[in-house]
Design a protein. Sequence first.
Lengths: 325, 355
Amino acid sequence: MLRFLVRRTLGALVILLIVSMITYALFFAIPADPARLYCGKTCTPENLALIRHDMGFDHAWPVQYWNWLSTIFTGGTFNNVHCAAPCFGYSFAKQELVGGILLNRFPTTLSLTIGSAVIFLIVGIGTGMLAAHKQGKATDKIASSVSLLASSMQIYVAGPLALWALCYSTDLLDLPTYVPFTDNPIGWAGGLLVPWIVLSLIWTANYTRMTRSSMVEQLSEDYVRTARAKGMSGTSVFMRYAWRGAMGTIVTVFGIDLGVLLGGAIITETTFSLQGLGELAIHSFRDSDLSLLVGITVVAATLIVFFNIIVDAAYALIDPRIRLA
Amino acid sequence: MTTQAKPEEVSAGSGGTPFLSVRDLSVRFSTEDGVVRAVDNLSFDVAPGSTLGIVGESGSGKSVTNLAVLGLHNPDRTEITGSIKLDGQELVGASNRELEKLRGRKMSMIFQDPLTALSPFHTIGRQIGETYRKHTGASKKEARDRAIEMLTRVGIPQPTSRVDDYPHQFSGGMRQRAMIAMSLVCDPKLVIADEPTTALDVTVQAQILDLLKDLQQEMGTAIILITHDLGVVARTAQDIMVMYAGRAVERGTVREVLKAPQHPYTWGLLSSMPSLTGDVNVPLKPVRGTPPSLINLPSGCPFHPRCDFREEVIGGGCTSERPPLSPATGHAAACHLKQVQRQDIFIDQIKPRLG
Ligand SMILES: Nc1ncnc2c1ncn2[C@@H]1O[C@H](COP(=O)(O)OP(=O)(O)OP(=O)(O)O)[C@@H](O)[C@H]1O
Ligand code: SF4
Ligand SMILES: [Mg+2]
C-alpha cells in the first residue's frame, strides 16, 4: 500500500508538471497580450514595456514557467503584496494572490458537489438497485425511461427551467446563493438546494443506469447462482454478493466524476451565478489572466489525479484479486 | 444393484425407495425466438447413497434438469411441470423459502468451473461457513471451525491458514475441493455435480472423482454426476441416463448401458469417445450432424435426422411417431428398432468399432 501511494504520488506530480507546462505553452500560442489590457487608454510603448516587465511577460515562456515553478517553493512579492510559499502567483486582473482567490472560491464548488453527489448517489443507486431487482417488470421500465429522459436533459435548459419553476414564478425555494456552511448550515443548504436538485437530476440518471446494468450483470454471474444454490436468501444474495460485485464499477466512475465536478462545474455555476471554480475559470480566460488560469488548471488536474489514486485504492479494498503495487 | 426393479420403480434403480424421484418433468423457457423445450417429459430416480450419471452432448438439457431440481430457474421466464420429489417432499411449486431451507442442507450442487462459481470477494472459509451458519444457526467461530474441518476432509493442506484465503489464491484442483467442501458442509443427502472435473486437468480430475467417491461412502450421499465423459460415469456411477434433446433416450445400470447399449445415439456417443478399454488405435467418430433446435424439435424421434439406422425400422415411423422410453423399468431405450435388431446391430456393426 505504501509503495503504491509513493509510486502514484510521484506519477501524479509528473502529470501536474506536464499539465501546467502545457497550459503555459498554450497560453503563449494565443496571440493575446495581457499587458495591453492593463495599460489603459493612454498606452505608450514605454508604459507597455514597463507593465510587461512587472508582470514578467518580457521573458520567453519556458523562463516564465520556470519562474512560476520556483516561486511555488520560494514565495515572492507582487505589486508590494508578499506571497509566502507555497505561492501560486498573483492575479493582475483581480489584484489578488492566486492562492487566496482559489481558497475563496473552492468552498462554493465543494458544497455544490457534495450536496448533489449525496443526492445522486442515494437516489441513483437506490433506483438502479430497485430496477435490477424488478428486472423486466413495470418498475424497471419506468425507472429506465425516466432516467433516459433525465440524462438527455442539459443543464443550461434544466437550470433556467428549474429557476423559473421553483424560484421566480412560485417563490417555492430561494434563489441560489452561497452561504458558508460554518456561518449558517440551514442557509447553506437552502441557498444551494435548486442547483443541487438540477445537478443531481442529470447525474442521477447515469448512476441509475450504471447500477442497474452492473447489478443485472452480477446477478447472472456463476458465483451468485452458487450463493443461491447453497440456500442464501434473496436479500443476502442481492446485497452481499451481487452488490459487492457491482460496487467496483460504481466506485470507479464516482471517483472520476467527483474529480471532474470538484474541478468546477462551469456551466452549472454560470447558470446559477455561483462564484465557484468553474465560474472563475471563465473569467480568468476572458481576462487572459495567466497565473489564475494556471492555478485553476493545476487545482482541477490535482483533484482528478487524486481521485484516480483513491479509486484504485478503493478498488483494491473491494476486490481482493487486485493487488496494489 | 438389481435389474429386476420393483414394478412401480421407473428407473433402473439400485433398489429401495428413491431419495430423489423425478416424474414427467418438463422445463420450458419463453424466449424472444419462441418457447425452448429444454426438458421434455423426463423421469428418473436416484436411490439413497447411489450415483446416477447423466450423459449427453452439449445442450441436451442436463444442467437445466438439475437446476430445476434445485429450483434455480427464473420463475418469470420458466415453466416447470411434472413432479420432483426429494425425500418425499414435492419441489415443483414449492415456495422460495422452503427451497432455500433445502438447498445446501438436503441437496447441494457442485458447479463446473470453481473459479467463476466461487465468489471472488469472500474468503473460502467464509463461503463454506456461511452455508453452515445459514442452516444450523452456528456462531461465526463454530462456522469457521467447521470450515477448517471440511477443508481437512477434502484434503486441503494447512487448512487453518488456507481457510482465510480467497479463491484466486487456490489452484484449480484446490478450488474444486473447496467447492466440494462447501457443498458437503451440511451433510446433504443429495449432491448434484455438474461436470465437476471438466475445467481441471486430467490428473486432478481423477483425484477429484476419487475424493467424491470416498466422501460419498463416508456420508452415504446420493450423487447425480453430469458429464460428457462416459469414462467418468463408468468409474463412478451405478446408473446411467443418456439424454438427447431434453429427453432420456436410454437408461440402465452402468454395466447394461456400456456393455450392451441399445440406442443409436448411445452408440454414437460410445464411438465418439476414446475406448474405455484403452485401445487408442481406433479412430474417433463424432456423432454426425448437429444437435436439434429445441424450439422446433424434429417430428417423431428427435434423433432421426442424425440416425443411420432409421431405414431398418420395420414400417418406418421414425419421422412420424415419437418412440417412448421402454420398457418402463430396467434397461430401457427410446427407439423404434426391435430389441433383437438393436442387439444384432450393436454386436455386428458397433462393437467391432469400439475396440
Ligand atoms: N434460461 C434459459 N433460457 C433459454 N434457454 C435456455 C436457458 N437455459 C438453458 N437453455 C437452453 O436449454 C438447452 C439445454 O441447456 P443445458 O444447459 O441443460 O445443456 P447441457 O446438457 O447442460 O449442456 P452442456 O453439456 O453444454 O452443459 C440449451 O439449448 C440451452 O440453450
Ligand atoms: S427411433 Fe428411428 S430415428 Fe430414432 S433412434 Fe431409433 S432408429 Fe433412429
Ligand atoms: Mg451443462
